[in-house]
Design a protein. Sequence first.
Length: 397
Amino acid sequence: MSNNWMERADKVIMHTYGRQPLVLVKGEGCRVWDDTGKEYLDCLAGLAVVNLGHAHPEIAKAAAAQLTRLVHVSNIYYTTPMVELAEALVQLSFADRVFFANSGAEVNEGAIKLVRRYSRERYGEGRHRIICMENSFHGRTLGALSATGQSKFWQGFDPLLPGFSFVPFNDLEALANALDDTVCAVMLEPIQGEGGVCLPSPDYLQGVRQLCNDKGLLLILDEIQTGLGRTGKLFSHENFGITPDVMTLAKALANGLPMGALLATEEVASAFVPGTHASTFGAGPVVAAAAKTAFSLLSAPEFLAGVRERGTYLYQGLSALQVELPVIKEVRGLGLMWGLELTQEGTPVVAACRERGLLVNCTQGNVIRLLPPLVITGQELDAALGTLRDALKAVFP
């Protein structure tokens, strides 16, 4: 049955993904099922999207109710779910204003436009360059790709947009040396997810913030993967004692429905006026209703405390595996965002886990990434750790 669906897909869908050989048809909580009825424990959560698990009943109820009332009218008009969601985001963040779109790449494009326009209005021409990080990932659209510090994603798309420069992540001296009168902003992920779950040193982000303050530059934080509870705080920058001027969110915002948000302070947001930016489907009533419910659940203090508790438990289990299995070079992460750097290629481990009913992925060739739904239980974490151990031992006996 699965082979038939995959063959049909390969005939009509562009080959942009190296898909795993699964046809998934159902999800509930932290588990999904394929079209043969096989059950899998999902420790990838749609790449950190279904933070509240699959088919969450409250989110489904909110979206279904809105479907019967109003689906789309465009941003020429106000809608109540859009306003309520924006109010909630502003209330619990550094920001004063929000722009809604459909994806992470789209709000990163918006952030690039916003900081350039703000800088042009405040300082005049010539101050437009954005300093980004090597090993970063900001999306696949041309602007977001131009800000992405991994050349493997650039191949065949030249010329990229001008005005982006790259320095090593975690290197304050390199960043300081790159700043001149042509720079308007610094853009980075607080934790590099696609880059291999790379964490900053304890004082790095504070140092970046101070450099931006000293030079009058804007700080953009891409929290598309790290935000919305993934690291045990509502936004991961809270772990490091800083606030940005601009922040982008997406992925988990509507728990699987397409939603992105660009947040900014009043001063910076004022650079956008009617006609400067837009998104046809941004904050559509159905998605906004789902996101409003999801954000309410994700932002609850007791929920975030539980994420931190489960994250510590997972770290302890992964650390025990590292002691037992020499193939694990390093365990790194925060909350429920973890990477196991291996001394060998990691793709066979992904396949071995899948065969045993566990879904993970591999990034950077040798980093096994775990991004389970934030609602995962201790019993499910134990099951994941046991399956991961068996898979690693089978691949690297």
